[in-house]
Design a protein around this ligand. Structure first.
Ligand code: AMP
Length: 438
């Protein structure tokens, strides 16, 4: 990797602003999965040991910008308001805003993260109740070498996602060195992830250990791939992964496609797919990709059998009657919701023979135990591919691997679903591009 990391700069006695990804899932004020906090520790501990004054910042969830003058409604609320008669809209807007002002600072505060960090770091962390306000200013000024301050949720301010210059300038005034270690948001070009450096407010900008590891494993596997290289893609829609499919075809030897997106490919091949998920507009694209694979001598594996049901499960984990049929025999009134047994074997055999495997997206509606077998089969095959570098590209597949207990059998599980997909697309992530070159 050609970007500087924390070990390439002198941080002793310096104020170091670290953009972390502390966007952890919460329930009733409690953290339900602390993987992202644990993932950030190596960088934080290193900086503390080096005698830096460590200023931590992150976003949490999708708050309204409740610390700003004008709180805006989110997209869903805006739509709900617009659907009301004109004379009711102002009142409904005011109610949503009042609710947001009351709820967001309680539900989306980073205070529980500060408390957990204190447990993990021996009470060396203070929490600032704002970001560009007097509390943060005072606490940053009081921070001593070897100590940390965690700022409140960046997205309580519109300036974070809006890349506001004044917001960036204030953040930059807290630090001598900027460290990005938030891989989960490295594909976002926000104030704290990129603009603060792009505007020139901080000159020394490096990555932390988490980003360094993510890049080393994922980007290097893509660039210096050890063959055979198998890429597995699943998930809901073809439209979400257009560039990923095309870029991975360039790089891999075998591309496996399962999940909801496989049915558009099957339709493009001329099969009747019943009520299965389909992107009709992308049928031409699927044909192009199948032709591209053929022209390049790449193997493109699609399901040969599928688990079907009369309807999509509702709720998603409800018991469901299913049967398995060949992809050429999907009944008109049924919907494909997982890959079948023959397909599981076909895909697993390809994975087991690989030296590099990357995976993004479930093979079926894995949230339902009856429809999780395809996703489990991929996780199992990757766990068994002992000589292979196995990489899970975040999101649902990472959650599935963790739930199924295969996490320690994988070479790398990415902390960023969106960011790893963009790496698989071959894109340069803004949160990394802005950092100092070696
Ligand atoms: P994505 O966010 O694109 O990775 O898609 C993940 C979602 O795709 C999961 O919630 C799955 O339930 C869903 N999914 C996977 N296979 C299917 C399928 N055959 N039909 C409908 N949804 C699916």
């Amino acid at each position: 990797m050609n970007k500087k990391s924390v070990t390439d700069v002198d941080v002793k006695g310096k104020r170091v602003l670290v953009r972390c990804d502390f966007n952890v899932p919460m329930k009733d004020g409690k953290i339900t999965d602390e993987n992202r906090i644990i993932g950030a520790l190596p960088t934080i501990k290193y900086l503390m040991e080096q005698g830096a004054k460590v200023i931590l910042c992150s976003h949490m969830g999708k708050p309204h910008n409740v610390f700003d003058e004008k709180v805006k409604l989110n997209k869903k609320e805006k739509k709900a308001v617009e659907a009301l008669p004109a004379d009711e809209q102002a009142k409904a807007t005011a109610e949503y805003i009042e609710k947001a002002k009351k709820n967001d600072p309680v539900k989306l505060t980073l205070k529980p993260v500060a408390d957990r960090l204190n447990e993990l770091l021996g009470n060396k962390v203070t929490f600032a109740k704002d970001v560009i306000g007097p509390d943060a200013e005072a606490k940053v000024a009081a921070c001593k070498p070897g100590e940390c301050v965690l700022l409140e949720n960046l997205r309580f301010y519109a300036g974070e996602e809006g890349r506001d210059e004044a917001f960036c300038k204030k953040l930059a005034s807290y630090c001598d060195v900027y460290v990005n270690d938030a891989f989960g948001t490295a594909h976002r070009s926000h104030a704290s992830t990129a603009a603060i450096v792009e505007y020139g407010f901080v000159k020394t900008a490096v990555c932390g250990f988490l980003i360094q590891k993510e890049l080393e494993v994922m980007a290097d596997s893509l660039e210096h791939r050890v063959r055979p290289f198998v890429a597995v893609l699943g998930g809901a829609k073809v439209a979400d992964k257009l560039n990923v499919i095309s870029n991975l075809l360039n790089k891999c030897d075998t591309l496996i496609i399962g999940g909801g997106m496989a049915y558009t490919f099957l339709k493009a091949k001329g099969y009747e797919i019943g009520k299965s998920l389909v992107d009709d507009e992308k049928i031409g694209y699927c044909k192009d990709m199948m032709q591209k694979a053929k022209d390049m001598g790449k193997e493109l594996l699609l399901p040969i059998d599928t688990v079907v049901a009369k309807d999509f499960p509702n709720p998603i984990d409800a018991p469901i009657d299913v049967k398995t049929v060949k992809v050429s025999e999907i009944p008109a009134d049924m919907e494909g919701l997982d890959i079948g047994e023959e397909t599981r074997k076909l895909f697993a055999d390809a994975i087991k023979g690989a030296k590099t495997v990357i995976w993004n997206g479930p093979m079926g509606v894995f949230e339902n135990p009856t429809l999780a077998k395809g996703t489990i089969a991929i996780a199992e095959a990757m766990a068994e591919a002992k000589d292979a570098t196995t990489i899970i590209g975040g999101g649902d597949s990472a959650a599935a691997v963790q739930q199924l207990g295969f996490a320690d059998k994988m070479t790398h599980i990415s902390t960023g679903g969106g960011a790893s997909l963009e790496l698989f697309e071959g894109k340069v992530l803004p949160g990394i591009a802005c950092l100092n070159d070696k």
